[in-house]
Ligand binder design. Structure first.
Ligand code: ZN
Length: 75
C-alpha cells in the first residue's frame, strides 16, 4: 500500500519563522519532509503509525530486481 503524498500529518507553526511549518511529532520542517514518509524521522509517531498500517516509504519500494533476459533465439 502506498500513498502518493504524505501530507496529512499534524503540523505546527515554527515560532518566529513566517510561513514555515513542521511536523508536530518529529519536528521536521514541511520543506524537509516534502510529502514523503521517509522525510519524517524514523521515530516519528506519524511515520510509525503509517508504517504499521502498511504504508511504504519510497526507500523500501523497489525490492524487485529485474532479471536480465537474453532474448536471442537459438535457431
Ligand atoms: Zn513527523
Amino acid at each position: 500500500m502506498k500513498k502518493l503524498f504524505y501530507i496529512d500529518y499534524p503540523q505546527e507553526h515554527i515560532e518566529g519563522q513566517l510561513h514555515r511549518y513542521r511536523c508536530v511529532h518529529c519536528k521536521e520542517e514541511t520543506t524537509v519532509i516534502n510529502g514523503r514518509l521517509e522525510g519524517h524521522l524514523p521515530n516519528c509517531e506519524y511515520r510509525i503509525k503509517l508504517e504499521n498500517a502498511g504504508y511504504e516509504s519510497e526507500a523500501t519500494e523497489s525490492h524487485t530486481s529485474v532479471t536480465p533476459h537474453d532474448a536471442d533465439d537459438f535457431d
